[in-house]
Write a protein that binds this ligand. Structure first.
Ligand SMILES: NC(=O)c1ccc[n+]([C@@H]2O[C@H](COP(=O)([O-])OP(=O)(O)OC[C@H]3O[C@@H](n4cnc5c(N)ncnc54)[C@H](OP(=O)(O)O)[C@@H]3O)[C@@H](O)[C@H]2O)c1
Ligand SMILES: *[C@@H]1O[C@H](CO)[C@@H](O)[C@H](O)[C@H]1NC(C)=O
Ligand SMILES: *[C@@H]1O[C@H](CO)[C@@H](O)[C@H](O)[C@H]1NC(C)=O
Ligand SMILES: *[C@@H]1O[C@H](CO)[C@@H](O)[C@H](O)[C@H]1NC(C)=O
Length: 333
Protein backbone atom coordinates (compact mmCIF):
# COMPACT_ATOMS: atom_id res chain seq x y z
CA UNK A 1 0.00 0.00 0.00
CA UNK A 2 2.75 2.41 1.03
CA UNK A 3 4.74 1.53 -2.11
CA UNK A 4 1.73 2.06 -4.35
CA UNK A 5 1.03 5.42 -2.76
CA UNK A 6 4.69 6.38 -3.12
CA UNK A 7 4.64 5.43 -6.81
CA UNK A 8 1.58 7.53 -7.42
CA UNK A 9 3.12 10.49 -5.61
CA UNK A 10 6.36 10.13 -7.58
CA UNK A 11 4.61 9.86 -10.90
CA UNK A 12 2.58 12.97 -10.11
CA UNK A 13 5.79 14.83 -9.26
CA UNK A 14 7.38 13.68 -12.51
CA UNK A 15 4.32 14.60 -14.47
CA UNK A 16 4.35 18.10 -13.01
CA UNK A 17 8.01 18.49 -13.88
CA UNK A 18 7.44 17.46 -17.48
CA UNK A 19 4.39 19.70 -17.48
CA UNK A 20 6.39 22.92 -16.98
CA UNK A 21 5.35 24.93 -20.00
CA UNK A 22 7.96 24.70 -22.72
CA UNK A 23 8.42 27.99 -24.58
CA UNK A 24 7.99 27.60 -28.31
CA UNK A 25 10.94 28.99 -30.30
CA UNK A 26 11.46 30.78 -33.57
CA UNK A 27 14.29 30.13 -35.98
CA UNK A 28 16.68 33.02 -36.52
CA UNK A 29 18.29 33.78 -39.89
CA UNK A 30 21.61 32.42 -38.54
CA UNK A 31 20.04 29.02 -37.90
CA UNK A 32 19.70 29.30 -34.13
CA UNK A 33 16.46 28.98 -32.14
CA UNK A 34 15.18 31.80 -29.93
CA UNK A 35 12.42 31.31 -27.31
CA UNK A 36 9.19 33.13 -28.22
CA UNK A 37 8.94 35.16 -24.98
CA UNK A 38 11.57 36.76 -22.74
CA UNK A 39 11.61 38.12 -19.21
CA UNK A 40 12.47 41.85 -19.17
CA UNK A 41 14.88 43.09 -16.49
CA UNK A 42 14.95 46.89 -16.84
CA UNK A 43 13.71 48.34 -13.55
CA UNK A 44 12.23 51.34 -15.35
CA UNK A 45 11.82 55.00 -14.45
CA UNK A 46 9.65 56.47 -11.75
CA UNK A 47 8.47 60.08 -11.73
CA UNK A 48 11.71 60.84 -9.86
CA UNK A 49 13.87 59.33 -12.61
CA UNK A 50 15.67 56.07 -12.97
CA UNK A 51 14.88 53.28 -10.48
CA UNK A 52 18.19 51.98 -9.14
CA UNK A 53 18.67 48.28 -8.39
CA UNK A 54 18.69 47.27 -4.72
CA UNK A 55 20.36 43.89 -4.27
CA UNK A 56 18.52 40.77 -5.38
CA UNK A 57 15.08 41.76 -6.71
CA UNK A 58 16.00 40.89 -10.30
CA UNK A 59 17.87 37.76 -9.22
CA UNK A 60 14.70 36.52 -7.52
CA UNK A 61 12.58 37.38 -10.57
CA UNK A 62 14.89 35.48 -12.93
CA UNK A 63 14.90 32.43 -10.66
CA UNK A 64 11.10 32.53 -10.42
CA UNK A 65 10.84 32.87 -14.21
CA UNK A 66 13.14 29.92 -14.94
CA UNK A 67 11.18 27.87 -12.41
CA UNK A 68 7.90 28.38 -14.30
CA UNK A 69 9.53 27.66 -17.66
CA UNK A 70 10.95 30.89 -19.10
CA UNK A 71 14.14 30.16 -21.02
CA UNK A 72 14.90 33.66 -22.35
CA UNK A 73 16.07 36.67 -20.31
CA UNK A 74 16.54 40.14 -21.78
CA UNK A 75 19.01 42.40 -20.03
CA UNK A 76 21.53 45.16 -20.83
CA UNK A 77 24.71 46.68 -19.47
CA UNK A 78 22.76 49.91 -18.94
CA UNK A 79 20.21 48.27 -16.62
CA UNK A 80 22.92 47.64 -13.98
CA UNK A 81 21.42 44.24 -13.17
CA UNK A 82 23.62 41.89 -15.22
CA UNK A 83 25.26 40.77 -11.96
CA UNK A 84 21.86 39.79 -10.55
CA UNK A 85 20.90 37.97 -13.74
CA UNK A 86 24.27 36.19 -13.57
CA UNK A 87 23.70 35.00 -10.02
CA UNK A 88 20.25 33.66 -10.90
CA UNK A 89 21.58 31.76 -13.92
CA UNK A 90 24.49 30.32 -11.95
CA UNK A 91 22.07 29.09 -9.33
CA UNK A 92 19.69 27.44 -11.79
CA UNK A 93 22.55 25.87 -13.77
CA UNK A 94 23.99 24.49 -10.51
CA UNK A 95 20.56 23.02 -9.84
CA UNK A 96 20.62 21.20 -13.16
CA UNK A 97 19.17 23.48 -15.88
CA UNK A 98 21.55 23.04 -18.84
CA UNK A 99 23.16 26.34 -19.91
CA UNK A 100 22.29 25.49 -23.55
CA UNK A 101 18.60 25.53 -22.65
CA UNK A 102 18.83 29.18 -21.64
CA UNK A 103 18.86 32.09 -24.07
CA UNK A 104 20.47 35.21 -22.64
CA UNK A 105 20.28 38.55 -24.42
CA UNK A 106 22.27 41.63 -23.42
CA UNK A 107 23.14 44.95 -25.04
CA UNK A 108 26.07 47.23 -25.82
CA UNK A 109 25.72 50.69 -24.29
CA UNK A 110 26.07 53.96 -26.25
CA UNK A 111 29.44 54.89 -24.74
CA UNK A 112 31.19 51.89 -26.31
CA UNK A 113 30.45 52.41 -30.01
CA UNK A 114 34.01 52.41 -31.34
CA UNK A 115 34.66 49.19 -33.27
CA UNK A 116 37.45 48.14 -30.90
CA UNK A 117 35.40 48.95 -27.80
CA UNK A 118 32.70 46.37 -28.52
CA UNK A 119 34.50 43.15 -27.57
CA UNK A 120 35.90 44.59 -24.30
CA UNK A 121 32.41 45.86 -23.42
CA UNK A 122 30.94 42.43 -24.05
CA UNK A 123 33.66 40.81 -21.95
CA UNK A 124 32.64 43.08 -19.06
CA UNK A 125 29.02 42.03 -19.45
CA UNK A 126 30.03 38.36 -19.61
CA UNK A 127 31.97 38.73 -16.40
CA UNK A 128 28.95 40.22 -14.62
CA UNK A 129 26.73 37.52 -16.12
CA UNK A 130 29.28 34.81 -15.19
CA UNK A 131 28.94 33.41 -18.71
CA UNK A 132 31.30 32.26 -21.45
CA UNK A 133 28.97 33.58 -24.15
CA UNK A 134 25.64 35.33 -24.55
CA UNK A 135 23.07 33.99 -26.96
CA UNK A 136 22.29 37.41 -28.37
CA UNK A 137 24.17 40.71 -28.23
CA UNK A 138 22.40 43.85 -29.43
CA UNK A 139 23.54 47.41 -30.15
CA UNK A 140 21.22 49.11 -27.65
CA UNK A 141 20.82 52.35 -29.70
CA UNK A 142 22.29 53.60 -32.99
CA UNK A 143 23.19 56.81 -31.13
CA UNK A 144 26.67 57.12 -29.61
CA UNK A 145 27.27 59.21 -26.50
CA UNK A 146 30.44 59.34 -24.38
CA UNK A 147 30.16 58.92 -20.63
CA UNK A 148 30.69 62.71 -20.26
CA UNK A 149 27.37 63.04 -22.19
CA UNK A 150 28.83 64.57 -25.38
CA UNK A 151 27.66 62.85 -28.55
CA UNK A 152 29.92 60.28 -30.15
CA UNK A 153 29.39 60.39 -33.91
CA UNK A 154 30.98 56.99 -34.57
CA UNK A 155 29.03 55.42 -37.42
CA UNK A 156 26.89 52.44 -36.44
CA UNK A 157 28.48 50.52 -39.35
CA UNK A 158 31.73 50.62 -37.36
CA UNK A 159 29.95 49.48 -34.22
CA UNK A 160 28.37 46.65 -36.21
CA UNK A 161 31.82 45.53 -37.38
CA UNK A 162 32.77 45.27 -33.71
CA UNK A 163 29.65 43.17 -33.12
CA UNK A 164 30.73 40.86 -35.95
CA UNK A 165 34.10 40.46 -34.20
CA UNK A 166 32.30 39.46 -31.00
CA UNK A 167 30.38 36.81 -32.92
CA UNK A 168 33.50 35.52 -34.66
CA UNK A 169 35.15 35.12 -31.26
CA UNK A 170 32.20 33.05 -30.07
CA UNK A 171 31.38 35.54 -27.30
CA UNK A 172 27.92 36.17 -28.81
CA UNK A 173 26.16 33.35 -30.63
CA UNK A 174 23.85 35.76 -32.45
CA UNK A 175 24.05 39.52 -32.96
CA UNK A 176 21.40 42.12 -33.62
CA UNK A 177 20.14 45.66 -33.20
CA UNK A 178 17.82 47.62 -30.99
CA UNK A 179 16.05 50.90 -31.78
CA UNK A 180 17.32 51.03 -35.37
CA UNK A 181 15.01 52.22 -38.14
CA UNK A 182 14.49 50.65 -41.54
CA UNK A 183 16.95 52.96 -43.35
CA UNK A 184 19.67 52.21 -40.80
CA UNK A 185 19.19 48.45 -41.14
CA UNK A 186 19.20 48.81 -44.92
CA UNK A 187 22.52 50.63 -44.65
CA UNK A 188 24.01 47.58 -42.92
CA UNK A 189 22.57 45.18 -45.50
CA UNK A 190 23.77 47.30 -48.44
CA UNK A 191 27.31 47.20 -47.06
CA UNK A 192 27.30 43.40 -47.28
CA UNK A 193 27.91 43.01 -43.56
CA UNK A 194 26.34 40.19 -41.51
CA UNK A 195 22.56 40.43 -41.51
CA UNK A 196 21.32 41.21 -37.99
CA UNK A 197 19.47 38.21 -36.55
CA UNK A 198 17.15 40.32 -34.40
CA UNK A 199 15.73 43.82 -34.11
CA UNK A 200 14.43 44.82 -30.69
CA UNK A 201 12.01 47.76 -30.71
CA UNK A 202 9.02 49.05 -28.79
CA UNK A 203 5.83 47.17 -29.75
CA UNK A 204 2.57 47.44 -27.83
CA UNK A 205 -1.10 48.25 -28.45
CA UNK A 206 -0.44 51.95 -29.07
CA UNK A 207 2.69 51.35 -31.21
CA UNK A 208 2.14 48.31 -33.42
CA UNK A 209 4.71 49.18 -36.11
CA UNK A 210 3.10 47.34 -39.06
CA UNK A 211 5.54 48.74 -41.66
CA UNK A 212 8.66 47.92 -39.63
CA UNK A 213 7.35 44.43 -38.87
CA UNK A 214 6.65 43.81 -42.55
CA UNK A 215 10.15 45.02 -43.43
CA UNK A 216 11.72 42.67 -40.89
CA UNK A 217 9.61 39.76 -42.10
CA UNK A 218 10.81 40.43 -45.66
CA UNK A 219 14.46 40.48 -44.51
CA UNK A 220 14.00 37.48 -42.18
CA UNK A 221 14.97 39.51 -39.11
CA UNK A 222 13.18 38.42 -35.93
CA UNK A 223 11.54 41.15 -33.87
CA UNK A 224 11.64 41.37 -30.08
CA UNK A 225 9.00 43.77 -28.74
CA UNK A 226 9.83 45.85 -25.69
CA UNK A 227 7.47 47.61 -23.28
CA UNK A 228 4.70 45.17 -24.32
CA UNK A 229 2.23 46.70 -21.85
CA UNK A 230 2.78 50.23 -23.18
CA UNK A 231 0.47 52.57 -21.28
CA UNK A 232 -1.90 49.90 -19.91
CA UNK A 233 -1.00 50.68 -16.31
CA UNK A 234 -1.78 54.18 -14.98
CA UNK A 235 1.47 54.20 -12.98
CA UNK A 236 3.45 54.00 -16.23
CA UNK A 237 1.20 55.99 -18.58
CA UNK A 238 2.07 59.62 -19.29
CA UNK A 239 -0.87 62.03 -18.98
CA UNK A 240 -1.06 62.32 -22.80
CA UNK A 241 -1.03 58.54 -23.36
CA UNK A 242 -3.92 57.24 -25.46
CA UNK A 243 -6.24 54.49 -24.18
CA UNK A 244 -6.73 51.64 -23.42
CA UNK A 245 -5.86 51.15 -19.74
CA UNK A 246 -5.92 47.69 -18.11
CA UNK A 247 -9.54 48.16 -16.96
CA UNK A 248 -10.88 49.21 -20.37
CA UNK A 249 -14.33 47.62 -20.80
CA UNK A 250 -13.65 46.23 -24.28
CA UNK A 251 -10.33 44.68 -23.21
CA UNK A 252 -11.86 43.16 -20.08
CA UNK A 253 -14.72 41.67 -22.12
CA UNK A 254 -12.18 40.26 -24.56
CA UNK A 255 -10.10 38.69 -21.78
CA UNK A 256 -13.25 37.16 -20.26
CA UNK A 257 -14.12 35.45 -23.55
CA UNK A 258 -10.93 33.37 -23.19
CA UNK A 259 -10.94 33.11 -19.39
CA UNK A 260 -7.67 35.06 -19.50
CA UNK A 261 -6.39 38.33 -18.04
CA UNK A 262 -6.04 41.56 -20.02
CA UNK A 263 -2.24 41.27 -19.93
CA UNK A 264 -2.48 37.71 -21.30
CA UNK A 265 -4.68 38.67 -24.27
CA UNK A 266 -2.34 41.57 -25.01
CA UNK A 267 0.71 39.28 -24.99
CA UNK A 268 -1.13 36.75 -27.19
CA UNK A 269 -1.89 39.53 -29.69
CA UNK A 270 1.81 40.48 -29.82
CA UNK A 271 2.79 36.82 -30.29
CA UNK A 272 0.30 36.65 -33.11
CA UNK A 273 1.95 39.66 -34.78
CA UNK A 274 5.09 37.50 -34.92
CA UNK A 275 6.78 39.52 -32.18
CA UNK A 276 8.78 38.06 -29.27
CA UNK A 277 7.37 40.04 -26.33
CA UNK A 278 9.58 40.97 -23.34
CA UNK A 279 7.25 41.51 -20.38
CA UNK A 280 9.16 42.75 -17.33
CA UNK A 281 7.86 41.71 -13.93
CA UNK A 282 9.32 41.42 -10.47
CA UNK A 283 6.14 40.06 -8.93
CA UNK A 284 6.04 36.25 -8.98
CA UNK A 285 2.32 36.30 -9.79
CA UNK A 286 2.92 38.56 -12.82
CA UNK A 287 5.85 36.40 -13.94
CA UNK A 288 3.60 33.35 -13.95
CA UNK A 289 0.54 34.83 -15.69
CA UNK A 290 2.69 36.49 -18.35
CA UNK A 291 3.97 33.05 -19.31
CA UNK A 292 0.57 31.35 -19.55
CA UNK A 293 -0.10 32.69 -23.02
CA UNK A 294 0.70 29.77 -25.32
CA UNK A 295 -2.54 27.82 -24.87
CA UNK A 296 -5.08 30.01 -26.68
CA UNK A 297 -5.61 32.14 -29.78
CA UNK A 298 -7.59 35.30 -30.42
CA UNK A 299 -10.48 35.29 -32.87
CA UNK A 300 -10.17 37.38 -36.03
CA UNK A 301 -12.70 39.86 -34.58
CA UNK A 302 -10.72 40.33 -31.38
CA UNK A 303 -7.45 40.72 -33.31
CA UNK A 304 -9.16 43.46 -35.31
CA UNK A 305 -10.22 45.18 -32.06
CA UNK A 306 -6.61 45.05 -30.86
CA UNK A 307 -5.37 46.44 -34.16
CA UNK A 308 -7.61 49.48 -33.72
CA UNK A 309 -5.68 50.60 -30.62
CA UNK A 310 -2.63 51.50 -32.75
CA UNK A 311 -1.87 55.23 -32.33
CA UNK A 312 1.78 55.42 -33.48
CA UNK A 313 2.40 56.50 -29.90
CA UNK A 314 5.88 55.88 -28.47
CA UNK A 315 6.41 55.52 -24.71
CA UNK A 316 10.22 55.77 -25.09
CA UNK A 317 11.05 58.47 -27.69
CA UNK A 318 14.41 59.39 -26.02
CA UNK A 319 14.05 62.99 -27.19
CA UNK A 320 17.32 63.89 -25.46
CA UNK A 321 19.08 62.33 -28.48
CA UNK A 322 16.90 63.98 -31.12
CA UNK A 323 19.77 66.19 -32.37
CA UNK A 324 22.06 63.20 -32.95
CA UNK A 325 22.39 62.38 -36.68
CA UNK A 326 21.50 58.74 -35.97
CA UNK A 327 18.40 59.48 -33.87
CA UNK A 328 16.18 56.67 -35.17
CA UNK A 329 12.60 57.85 -34.66
CA UNK A 330 10.21 60.30 -36.27
CA UNK A 331 11.05 63.82 -35.07
CA UNK A 332 7.56 65.35 -34.93
CA UNK A 333 6.86 64.05 -31.41
N1 LIG B 1 15.88 47.91 -26.12
C1 LIG B 1 15.42 48.91 -25.41
O1 LIG B 1 15.79 50.07 -25.63
C2 LIG B 1 14.42 48.66 -24.33
C3 LIG B 1 13.66 49.72 -23.83
C4 LIG B 1 12.70 49.43 -22.85
C5 LIG B 1 12.54 48.14 -22.39
N2 LIG B 1 13.31 47.11 -22.88
C6 LIG B 1 13.16 45.71 -22.39
O2 LIG B 1 11.78 45.36 -22.41
C7 LIG B 1 11.38 45.00 -21.09
C8 LIG B 1 9.92 45.34 -20.85
O3 LIG B 1 9.64 46.70 -21.01
P1 LIG B 1 9.28 47.65 -19.78
O4 LIG B 1 10.00 47.17 -18.57
O5 LIG B 1 9.51 49.03 -20.25
O6 LIG B 1 7.70 47.54 -19.58
P2 LIG B 1 6.55 46.42 -19.53
O7 LIG B 1 7.14 45.06 -19.50
O8 LIG B 1 5.60 46.75 -20.61
O9 LIG B 1 5.84 46.75 -18.14
C9 LIG B 1 6.45 46.45 -16.91
C10 LIG B 1 5.47 46.83 -15.79
O10 LIG B 1 4.28 46.04 -15.90
C11 LIG B 1 4.02 45.42 -14.65
N3 LIG B 1 3.43 44.10 -14.95
C12 LIG B 1 4.04 43.07 -15.55
N4 LIG B 1 3.21 42.03 -15.69
C13 LIG B 1 2.03 42.40 -15.14
C14 LIG B 1 0.79 41.75 -14.97
N5 LIG B 1 0.61 40.50 -15.40
N6 LIG B 1 -0.22 42.44 -14.37
C15 LIG B 1 -0.02 43.71 -13.94
N7 LIG B 1 1.14 44.38 -14.08
C16 LIG B 1 2.16 43.73 -14.68
C17 LIG B 1 5.35 45.30 -13.95
O11 LIG B 1 5.14 45.22 -12.55
P3 LIG B 1 6.11 44.42 -11.53
O12 LIG B 1 7.51 44.57 -11.97
O13 LIG B 1 5.83 45.07 -10.23
O14 LIG B 1 5.68 42.98 -11.50
C18 LIG B 1 6.02 46.59 -14.40
O15 LIG B 1 5.62 47.67 -13.60
C19 LIG B 1 12.37 45.76 -20.19
O16 LIG B 1 12.39 45.27 -18.88
C20 LIG B 1 13.64 45.54 -20.96
O17 LIG B 1 14.15 44.23 -20.73
C21 LIG B 1 14.23 47.36 -23.86
C1 LIG C 1 14.80 57.48 -17.36
O1 LIG C 1 15.20 58.56 -16.56
C2 LIG C 1 16.52 58.98 -16.80
C3 LIG C 1 16.89 59.99 -15.72
O2 LIG C 1 15.87 60.95 -15.58
C4 LIG C 1 16.60 59.56 -18.21
O3 LIG C 1 17.91 60.02 -18.53
C5 LIG C 1 16.22 58.46 -19.20
O4 LIG C 1 16.17 58.97 -20.52
C6 LIG C 1 14.86 57.87 -18.84
N1 LIG C 1 14.67 56.71 -19.68
C7 LIG C 1 13.60 56.54 -20.42
C8 LIG C 1 13.60 55.34 -21.26
O5 LIG C 1 12.66 57.32 -20.40
C1 LIG D 1 34.07 63.78 -23.67
O1 LIG D 1 34.73 62.54 -23.84
C2 LIG D 1 35.28 62.34 -25.13
C3 LIG D 1 35.83 60.90 -25.20
O2 LIG D 1 36.60 60.60 -24.11
C4 LIG D 1 36.34 63.39 -25.41
O3 LIG D 1 36.90 63.20 -26.68
C5 LIG D 1 35.69 64.77 -25.31
O4 LIG D 1 36.67 65.78 -25.49
C6 LIG D 1 34.98 64.94 -23.96
N1 LIG D 1 34.24 66.19 -24.01
C7 LIG D 1 34.17 67.03 -22.96
C8 LIG D 1 33.34 68.27 -23.15
O5 LIG D 1 34.71 66.79 -21.90
C1 LIG E 1 -10.30 29.95 -15.80
O1 LIG E 1 -8.95 30.23 -15.44
C2 LIG E 1 -8.65 29.95 -14.09
C3 LIG E 1 -7.25 30.47 -13.80
O2 LIG E 1 -6.32 30.06 -14.79
C4 LIG E 1 -8.82 28.44 -13.83
O3 LIG E 1 -8.53 28.16 -12.49
C5 LIG E 1 -10.27 28.05 -14.17
O4 LIG E 1 -10.42 26.66 -14.04
C6 LIG E 1 -10.64 28.47 -15.59
N1 LIG E 1 -12.05 28.25 -15.84
C7 LIG E 1 -12.50 27.70 -16.94
C8 LIG E 1 -13.98 27.62 -17.09
O5 LIG E 1 -11.75 27.28 -17.83
Amino acid sequence: MFIVTLCIVLSVVNYNKADVIKTPTIKLNDGREMPRLALGTWLGNSTKGRIEPLSDEVERAVVAAIDVGYRHVDTAYAYKVENQVGRAIARKVAEGIPREELFITTKLWNDRHAKDAVVPALRESLQALKLEYVDLYLIHWPVGQFSNQTFDYTHYLETWRGMMDAKRLGLARSIGLSNFNEQQIDRILLNHLDTPAVLQVEVNLNLQQPALLAYCRAKNIAVMGYTPFGSLFPGKARPDAPPPRFNDAELVAMANRYNKTVTQVVLQYLLNLGVVPIPKALSAAHILTNFEVFDFHLSAEDSERMKNYDRHYRTIPQLKWIEHPFYPFEKEN
